[in-house]
Every structure is written in structure tokens, then in C-alpha cells.
Design a protein around this ligand. Structure first.
Ligand code: HEM
Length: 285
């Protein structure tokens, strides 16, 4: 087979045009994707052959966190502008992305303690707990916490992005503001809440969702929005639980590299549901 551009394809009896091979500098693919940068960011710290997939899975998850943050910021902006279809498109994309993110657990889901120990000490005090992009996801879900900025004091860009996200409305704040603009009785205290604090469930908001779900014919668009948010919440819960089970398999009840109690601490974190009233309202429909 010839590598020269534009060689005749005699089998088909027609002229097939081959891809370009001739570029003065780096390829246009490289210029866009930066694959050379991306595939040289794997600085292993042990000789164990299993460390590579641990590091790359973590990097892949960071990239998915970045995409999902982008989708939820898009959805939040669109909701603020009352462009619900644009928000729905971004939320639905994020659901597919969360599914892909969750499938990324597969290569790490069945590590034995001996396999994990083979490179665990190379991680030092490094822990996913220190992931700033994961915190941005949590902030967008309404799980705000100023103390989560503390580990990033030494990294000005990361710290200022997180600080900005702490004070901005979460995706759920934007949803509740939309419901209020549609005339639904979302309490003023919820609408005017301190955005830097964790969102606390409200009985009145629960009643608003119960009312929306009780009359799906009248509230089709809002029910679809509620269901897209429930899909997001369910997949976040699944990510946390898959992480918990992978951790339980890989290290039992040992202390985490980040200094927490490990599985016991993760168990508490994995119990919670984001967008709480979307779950509790179901008991009243
Ligand atoms: C089997 C491999 C893994 C084990 C054994 C493990 C273990 C742990 C432990 C024990 C914690 C609690 C904090 C600590 O003391 O370190 C934690 C937190 C965390 N890990 Fe992992 N982890 C694994 C893989 C991953 C991967 C691939 C990611 C992807 C980025 C990740 C992201 C996180 C995040 C975001 C937290 C904080 C959770 C929260 O704040 O609720 N972990 N991990």
C-alpha cells in the first residue's frame, strides 16, 4: 500500500485520496488535542506495573470532573436566563458523562490489598480528598464548605477558582430561583440564603417539588428538569459508593493517605443524597 497522497486505488477502480502526511510543524491534531502533553503527564513513582492504571484512571476522572463542571456551569447560566431547553441539553450530556466517569472505576474496582500496597506508599500524603475539581463539582451540587479551600492555599489559581465557586449560586440554587420565577412558593430565606454555606433541606421546597410531581400534565417541563437532576444525583451517589467499595476492597479499614479514618469516613460521605428534596418529596406524591 502506497503512503503517497492521492495514490490510485486500483481495487475499487477509483482514485482514493489518502490523508495528508506532510506538516511543517506539529500536526493539526496535536495542536488541538495536545496528545503529546497529555501522554507525558504519567510520572510514575514506583516500579510496580499496576501504578500506571491507578494514575491514569485518576487523571481520566479529573478530566471527566472538568467536563461535568463545564456542563453544570452551562446549565446554571441557562437556567438563570430562563433557557430551560439549553439547561436540559447540558444536564443530559452530563448524565452520559457521569455514566462514563463511573465506568472508569472498572480497572480499579477489584484491587487486592497487596496489589494496592505495591505502590500505595509512593502516593505519600496524596489523596483524592485534595482534588479541587471534585470540590467544584460538590459546590455546584450545593455542598459548599469553606474549609475545603484550605488545602489549596499554596496554589493561587486553584484557590481563587474554588473561592469564586464557593460564593456563586449552585446549580440547585439556580433551579430554585427558576421555580420562584414560575410563581412557586420557594421561601425567601432559601432564595436569599448565604451561598457559601452548604444547602440545607427545606420542608417548603419539598412541598413545591411534591406539587410539581403531583401534576405532571401541567408541569411537564419542570418534572423533566426534576428527573434530569435526579439522574445526576443518583449517578453522583453511585460514584461515591463505587469509590467506597473499591476502597474497602483495596485497603479494608486502614487510615487513608489523606489522613482520614478511610472507609468509615467515606461511608458517611456516601450516605448523602444531593438535591435532597427531590428524594424526600417522592413520599408525598
Ligand atoms: C482503589 C483506589 C482508591 C482508594 C483505596 C482510595 C481511597 C480513598 C480514601 C481512604 C479517601 C478518604 C480521604 C483520605 O484519607 O485519603 C479518599 C477520598 C477521595 N478519593 Fe479516593 N481512593 C481511590 C481511588 C480514587 C480515584 C481513582 C479517585 C479519582 C479522582 C479518587 C478520588 C477521591 C476523592 C474526590 C476523595 C474525597 C471524597 C470526599 O471528600 O467525600 N479516589 N479516597
Amino acid at each position: 500500500m502506497s503512503l503517497s497522497p492521492g495514490s490510485p486505488d486500483s481495487a475499487a477502480g477509483s482514485v482514493a485520496v489518502d490523508p495528508n502526511l506532510d506538516f511543517a510543524g506539529t500536526t493539526p491534531y496535536e495542536d488541538y488535542v495536545q496528545a503529546d502533553v497529555l501522554t507525558h503527564l504519567q510520572h510514575l513513582r514506583s516500579d510496580d506495573p499496576g501504578e500506571m492504571v491507578f494514575l491514569v484512571t485518576t487523571q481520566v476522572m479529573e478530566l471527566w470532573f472538568t467536563v461535568i463542571v463545564h456542563e453544570w456551569e452551562t446549565a446554571g447560566r441557562a437556567l438563570r436566563e430562563d433557557r430551560v431547553p439549553v439547561a436540559m441539553d447540558a444536564l443530559k450530556r452530563s448524565v452520559r458523562e457521569l455514566e462514563a466517569l463511573n465506568h472508569s472505576w472498572r480497572p480499579l474496582a477489584q484491587l487486592t490489598p497487596a496489589q494496592f500496597n505495591a505502590y500505595r506508599s509512593a502516593l505519600g500524603e496524596g489523596s483524592g480528598f485534595q482534588s479541587a475539581m471534585y470540590r467544584r463539582m460538590e459546590f455546584l451540587l450545593g455542598e459548599k464548605s469553606a474549609s475545603m479551600l484550605v488545602p489549596h492555599r499554596g496554589a493561587p489559581r486553584v484557590h481563587s477558582e474554588l473561592e469564586k465557586a464557593l460564593h456563586e449560586p449552585s446549580l440547585y440554587d439556580e433551579v430554585l430561583a427558576l421555580l420562584a420565577r414560575r410563581g412557586l412558593p420557594v421561601p425567601a430565606a432559601v432564595l436569599g440564603r448565604d451561598l457559601a454555606q452548604r444547602y440545607e433541606p427545606s420542608a417548603e421546597v419539598e412541598a413545591v417539588w411534591a406539587g410539581i410531581y403531583a401534576d405532571a400534565d401541567q408541569n411537564g417541563e419542570l418534572v423533566r428538569l426534576g428527573e434530569a437532576l435526579s439522574d445526576v444525583a443518583e449517578l453522583v451517589w453511585r460514584w461515591r459508593n463505587d469509590h467506597l467499595v473499591a476502597t474497602r476492597r483495596a485497603m479494608g479499614a486502614k487510615t487513608g493517605t489523606g489522613g482520614s479514618a478511610g472507609v468509615a469516613w467515606l461511608e458517611k460521605r456516601a450516605q448523602k443524597n444531593v438535591f435532597p428534596e427531590l428524594w424526600t418529596a417522592r413520599s408525598h406524591v
